[in-house]
Design a protein around this ligand. Structure first.
Ligand SMILES: [Zn+2]
Length: 74
């Protein structure tokens, strides 16, 4: 399955791939707040999305690293 591509609200192009995020804040095991830069126009967008499969390994590591400071979810 291809990674989800988001439409840019600024230029309307499909300029975002979640895997190319600038930053990702994990909210739950399945959702994260992504900040992305449009490859087309450079607009920065933050969006809450389900975490793509291809990022789950990264998320797992990130969650372990920040786990002590985030408290327990669930
Ligand atoms: Zn754009």
């Amino acid at each position: 399955m291809d990674a989800p591509v988001l439409e840019c609200p600024s230029c309307g192009g499909a300029g975002f791939r979640l895997a190319d995020y600038d930053s990702m804040i994990v909210i739950t095991a399945d959702y994260a707040l992504f900040t992305l830069s449009c490859s087309n126009c450079g607009a920065r967008v933050s969006t809450v999305r389900s975490i793509p499969d291809e990022l789950h390994d990264e998320v797992r590591y990130a969650a372990i690293e920040v786990g002590a400071g985030m408290g327990q979810i669930g």
